[in-house]
Design a protein around this ligand. Structure first.
Ligand code: SF4
Ligand code: SF4
Length: 112
């Protein structure tokens, strides 16, 4: 299965310049990988897929799922990443709340 570019792409152009087969294309300002040209970098001088290696995003360049379970795990990982981000959100919210609450307490202690 070829690599593919996901919605996490930020159009940095890095994969375009490193692909040894010219499989990365820009169509209507969107980056995509021509599955007919992508060799997964097998047979090139590279030992890892270059688009994935240089991509600055977490999942901008990913291998296309080839079967049900690969697809299932791909979906699972993407949902997990979203949940993890939400945990960051609540942790951040809690830290801000704690800081404000402790500032309020200090002010009340000064008044008393
Ligand atoms: S895996 Fe290799 S050949 Fe395929 S698009 Fe990425 S850089 Fe190009
Ligand atoms: S390297 Fe990643 S972020 Fe940059 S253009 Fe390619 S897919 Fe998009």
């Amino acid at each position: 299965m070829a690599y593919t570019i996901t919605s996490q792409c930020i159009s940095c152009k890095l994969c375009l310049s490193v692909c040894p087969t010219g499989a990365v294309k820009i169509v209507d300002d969107h980056y995509l990988i021509d599955s007919e040209l992508c060799t997964n970098c097998v047979g090139s001088i590279h030992t890892v897929p270059q688009c994935k290696a240089v991509c600055p995003t977490a999942n901008g360049c990913v291998k296309q799922p080839s079967d049900y379970w690969e697809s299932w795990f791909s979906k699972y990982n993407s949902v997990l990443a979203k949940l993890t981000n939400k945990q960051d959100y609540w942790e951040c919210w809690y830290n801000t709340y704690s800081q404000k609450f402790s500032e309020q307490l200090k002010k009340q202690q000064v008044v008393v």
